[in-house]
Design a protein around this ligand. Structure first.
Ligand code: MN
Length: 222
């Protein structure tokens, strides 16, 4: 797991700590919530990451694609930011009505427009609350697990993936480990699709890694 903000800092002087350098990243974000408001309860918190991520030069807001948004827990302030910054949202209804393949085409077209790679952020609550009780803000009416896994697999197969994070899994709220199993499935499926698409194991340094970044890792890639 990486921290996107530190991964993307656009400063040549920091290049040895910054594998992305001046490359650009598109973000594909699975969630029921937009998480684009600047603050919540007067603080930056887990509901605000995409406001701040899309302030980073390497992560333009027009390359942020949010999949599975919906329900009654998306605040007006966040929606306002999405409109102002021209981010991209597909609700669960959009995905169900258009179909998985059309949603994947849309996500990749927007996330890869002028960028070098894709960061995948997977909030477990994008999946219907009936399947993932172990999360802080469960939301009825979400994606079915098979829909989320199909979207994820098709995206990973077709995009250069620079990183994955899985967030909002809360073991104390979980029942029979079902949420943890779902999160594990997301990670394992991503790894498997990276192998199937030839992205892993790495035989050479990916083009989206700055040539001068982390030179100590180059030997491992040879
Ligand atoms: Mn969420």
């Amino acid at each position: 797991m990486f921290n996107l903000e530190s991964f993307c800092k656009n400063s040549v002087s920091q290049i040895n700590q910054n594998p992305l350098g001046d490359k650009k990243v598109g973000i594909i974000h699975f969630d029921r919530h937009v998480d684009t408001q600047e603050t919540d309860l007067d603080e930056r918190m887990h509901t605000c990451p995409w406001f701040h991520a899309t302030n980073i030069k390497n992560a333009p807001p027009q390359n942020l694609v949010q999949l599975g948004i919906g329900g009654w827990q998306v605040p007006r302030q966040g929606v306002k930011v999405c409109r102002e910054r021209a981010t991209n949202i597909l609700t669960v209804t959009d995905i169900v009505e258009r179909g998985i393949d059309a949603a994947v085409d849309f996500a990749l077209e927007r996330a890869l427009d002028g960028t070098d790679c894709v960061w995948i952020s997977f909030d477990i609550d994008c999946i219907d609350a009936g399947f993932v009780p172990g999360t802080g803000w469960p939301e009825p009416g979400g994606l079915l697990p098979r829909e989320a896994l199909a979207l994820l697999g098709k995206i990973v197969q077709r995009a250069p993936v620079c990183g994955l994070e899985v967030v909002e899994v809360s073991p104390p709220y979980d029942i029979s480990d079902m949420t943890a199993l779902m999160a594990t499935r997301v990670i394992c499926d991503t790894m498997a699709h990276l192998v199937l698409s030839g992205q892993l194991p790495r035989k050479e340094k990916p083009y989206y890694i700055h040539p001068e970044a982390q030179p100590e890792l180059v030997a491992e890639w040879r």
